[in-house]
Structure formats: C-alpha cells, structure tokens
Design a protein around this ligand. Structure first.
Ligand code: GLV
Ligand code: GLV
Length: 329
C-alpha cells in the first residue's frame, strides 16, 4: 500500500512531525504565515490527511477539491475554523487536541486577570518611560482579588481549571453559567450556577471559556458590559468574536468597567493601530494561552495520533465528529 499523503499547514513541534513522517509522505508548509486559501486548496488536493491550525479555514469548497481526504487533524482544542458538518457530510474525520492545554490556558486566564486588576501593563510601561517619580500613595491603584467573586462563563475543562486556581489561591467565590450543572465545580469550590445577567451583576471578575459558535458570537456587547460592576475586570482567553470589540473599547474608555485582559481578538492579529491598544486599562497578548514547550509538544502528539488514526481508518483518539464513523472514506 502506498504511504498516505498529508499536508501539514505549519511547522509544529518535532515530536508530532516525526510521528507523522514515520508513516506518511509529508508536505510541510514552511512559512511563518498561514498558506493562503488557494494554496491550501492546491496542497490538500491529493492528500489523505491534513494538519490544520486555527488560522486555516476548512470549508466545503476546500473539501470538495480534496476527494481523497480522510481526516482533518486540527492543532487546537477549538475547531471553529473547521466546518464540521461539511466534513461529516463528506465522510471526513475531524480531530482536535483537548485536555493537554487546559492548565496552560487557565494559567493565562489568571495571568490576564492579575495583570489587568493590578495595572501591570500600564505601570510597567510607566516605570520604563520615566513616569515613576516616587512611591505614590494614590498611584496605580488596582483591585484586590482575595475573597472577591469570580464569574466563569462556561464551566468546561478550562473554566474549571481557572476557577480552581482562583478559588483555592485567592479564596474567590465562584459563580458560573453552563447549560447543565457541573456537580464537580459545586462540590469542589461551592460554585453556584446562575443566569448570565446575575453573573455579570455579581462578579468582580468575569472570565470567558465558551466555544465560539453562531449562538455565542458577539455575546458580550454594550448591554452585557453595562450590567457589570464599575470595578470589574473582564478576561477573554477563548475566542475573539465572542466579544463586540467596539463596545468593549467604549466600555473601557468610559470606565463602565475597570479593565480587560485579552488573549484573543478579532481579527488576529489585531492591527497595531487598533483603539484597544491605546487604552491603558486593556492588556492584550497574541493568543499565547497554549504557548508553553510542554503543552505544544503534547498538542503535537495528540494531533499526530488523530491524523494517523484517520489515515489508517481507526477511531480518532480525540474525535470531534464520531458520528462520521459508519460513512467515513
Ligand atoms: C487555541 O486557541 C486552541 O483552540 O487550541
Ligand atoms: C511598601 O513597599 C510598603 O512597605 O508598605
């Protein structure tokens, strides 16, 4: 049997690439930037497998031009870049990399929360630029964390790990929104499931951990920010389009909330002249939540395992669309 052909849309850690190359003929996109859509289409044309990143759009048109494609292995836990129903309809398996990036992502959520609450971006810039004149009793005053209320929007794996850190470390009370109760969160940190309105009104910190889909897109806009406390800190480490950024900018400018920390934006990259960068109470990092050596290696292993299972016709270890099983190519 000929070796399967796969396209890998960016250089991922060696541990993943090596596992893939051991069984497949690999066409690796060598650039730092993603392949343009037409290039992706061209490269995927004769492939049995595809390793995609969240910056690659995998849609029906691409799938139609790749009739042999058996598997799309997304190097991410989120898969909003992949049209999963279109894959399922064509018998194409989809894999993702959950679990291994939970701790790294929760660490970034907490980092952004602390950074925004304690005005680290602003005060570090002031120190460097000569605005640190003396020890000021009223300078750079932030918000305390201890004993305050944390609102977790989406108590999945990452929401849970974030709540765990902040409840155990800072004694925070935990509120959460979720379609179904999460008994483990209620048991471990006395978390209380509430409607989003109540969470926004009661929380001192709001951290977002939901998937991006048609029902969550734009779920944070002026109306939601207006319900939050003036001292509140908003953190998004999930997906940029969950937030109406113009509304967030106005909210931060007018002091409707205290500060925000963002690991994700829309678009990505957020252009350097964007208004959010000009606000001293907004800290933005370039989608780095899973960016640790160990985490990216673990993601590469999962990604390779999904890809290899897909080309071999085996069940994917992390299978987004297992319902495709009886009609896969
Ligand atoms: C990163 O955002 C991911 O979904 O893995
Ligand atoms: C601050 O540095 C203090 O000693 O209170």
């Amino acid at each position: 049997m000929p070796r399967p052909k796969v396209f890998v849309s960016r250089r991922i850690p060696e541990v993943g690439l090596n596992a893939i190359s051991a069984e497949c003929d690999v066409d690796l996109w060598p650039d730092r930037l993603p392949p343009p859509a037409d290039e992706l289409k061209k490269r995927a044309k004769d492939c049995d497998g595809l390793v995609s990143l969240l910056t690659d759009r995998i849609d029906g048109a691409l799938l139609d031009s790749a009739p042999k494609l058996k598997v799309v292995s997304n190097y991410a836990v989120g898969f909003n870049n992949v049209d999963v129903p279109a894959c399922t309809a064509r018998g194409v398996c989809v894999g993702n990399t959950p679990g291994v990036l939970t701790d790294a992502t929760a660490d970034i959520a907490v980092t952004l929360l602390l950074t925004a609450a304690r005005r680290i971006g602003e005060s570090a810039a002031d120190a460097k630029s000569g605005k640190w004149l003396t020890w000021e009793p009223l300078g750079w005053l932030g918000q305390d964390l201890t004993g305050r209320t944390l609102g977790i929007v989406g108590m999945g794996r990452i929401g849970f790990a974030t709540a765990k850190r902040l409840h155990n470390g800072w004694d925070m009370k935990v509120l959460y929104t979720e379609q179904i109760p999460r008994p483990e969160a209620e048991r471990e940190f006395d978390a209380r499931r509430v409607e989003l309105d109540e969470l926004l009104r009661e929380s001192d910190f709001v951290s977002v951990h939901v998937d991006l889909n048609s029902s969550t897109k734009g779920m944070f806009s002026s109306e939601q920010f207006a319900k939050m406390k003036r001292t509140a800190v908003f953190v998004n480490s999930a997906r940029g389009p969950l937030v109406d950024q113009a509304a967030l900018a106005e909210t931060l400018r007018s002091g409707t909330i205290f500060a925000a920390g963002l690991d994700v934006t829309e678009p990505e990259p957020l252009p350097p002249d964007h208004e959010l960068y000009k606000l001293p109470n907004c800290v933005i990092v370039p989608h780095i939540a899973s960016a640790t050596v160990e985490t990216r290696n673990a993601m590469a292993r999962l990604c390779a395992n999904n890809l290899l299972a897909g080309v071999r016709g085996e069940p994917l270890p992390n299978w987004v669309n297992p319902e495709v099983a009886d009609k896969r190519r």
